[in-house]
Design a protein around this ligand. Structure first.
Ligand code: CAA
Length: 259
């Protein structure tokens, strides 16, 4: 029985809902483990043809990694956190042999946007807001964001989002190609389900090979993921990280010492 993830399988679609609404569905260790377990169970389940990933409530898809959980981590623990995330969730979703659609129903920030970007396709509701705010915490994205964001929207736009730490709205995300479609909040799941049903008419085996081939092309120069994992850990040894996370937890603006 999972605590933070709800799985419903209907008509070939596995709907995965991340369910920690009080923390805006922030990804703590257990939630990540449960997402990983859910995907492993779908792999050989013939009843699952397409996976739809969403967040519970109307406010957030996922507001990022759980800042409270890692605020006192060392550099080595930070590197380990990123590495485990890559291996057990984010790479698993990206390489999943069945289509994965993220239905972004609100804030998708940091690890939340990284989760959506590891899916093959993103659909956003009009109220969705997306960003990689890590530099405002003295940190960098650690779940593939430094690689997948530029792959999806190009380097210039990615640098602007990474340096500014600002959120973009759904229309801008559509314009950037970060999401495929924007719909009214009440139509989000239906749109994702319709898309999933249309995919299911095609060969599931062939779609698995599509994922493999598309990803192989993207993985040239994949050393970037390793650099991200190491640099994410290095951030934890900085004064800026301590100030950034402390400021978040104390609900104030950070004043970075720059060291
Ligand atoms: N981690 C832990 N708790 C979080 C959280 C997070 N990422 N995001 C939100 N929460 C918690 C808040 O602390 C708050 O808890 P309390 O009620 O106990 O105080 C609760 O969720 C509701 O959030 P807010 O009161 O802040 O809601 P808001 O409407 O005022 O603001 C928000 C919404 C702008 C999304 C704001 O919550 C926010 O900025 N969240 C953090 C976003 C962020 O920085 N994400 C990146 C995390 S780092 C990361 O993801 C690293 C990585 O790549 C691996």
């Amino acid at each position: 029985m999972m605590e933070y993830v709800i799985v419903e399988i209907n008509d070939g679609i596995a709907l995965v809902t991340i369910n920690r609404p009080k923390q805006l569905n922030a990804l703590n260790k257990q939630t990540l483990e449960e997402i990983g377990e859910a995907f492993e169970a779908f792999r050989d389940n013939n009843e699952v043809k397409v996976v739809v990933l969403t967040g519970s409530g109307e406010k957030a898809f996922v507001a990022g990694a759980d800042i409270k959980e890692f605020a006192d981590f060392s550099g080595a623990q930070g590197t380990e956190l990123a590495k485990t995330g890559h291996m057990t969730v984010f790479n698993i979703i990206e390489e999943f042999p069945k289509p994965v659609i993220a239905a972004i129903n609100g804030f998708a920030l940091g690890g939340g946007l990284e989760l959506a970007m590891s899916a093959h396709i993103r659909i956003a509701s009009m109220n969705a807001r997306m960003g990689l705010p890590e530099t405002s915490l003295g940190l960098i994205p650690g779940y593939g964001g430094t690689q997948r964001l530029p792959q999806l929207i190009g380097k210039g736009r990615a640098f602007e989002m990474l340096f500014s730490a600002k959120m973009i709205d759904a229309e801008t995300a559509l314009n950037y190609g970060l999401v495929n479609h924007v719909v009214a909040p009440e139509e989000l799941l239906e749109t994702a389900q319709k898309m999933a049903s249309s995919f299911m008419k095609n060969s599931i085996v062939a779609m698995g090979f599509v994922v493999e081939a598309v990803n192989a092309g993207m993985l040239e120069g994949a050393i970037g993921y390793d650099v991200e994992v190491q640099a994410f850990g290095d951030c934890f040894e900085t004064e800026d990280f301590k100030e950034g996370t402390t400021a978040f937890l104390e609900k104030r603006k950070p004043s970075f010492p720059g060291a």
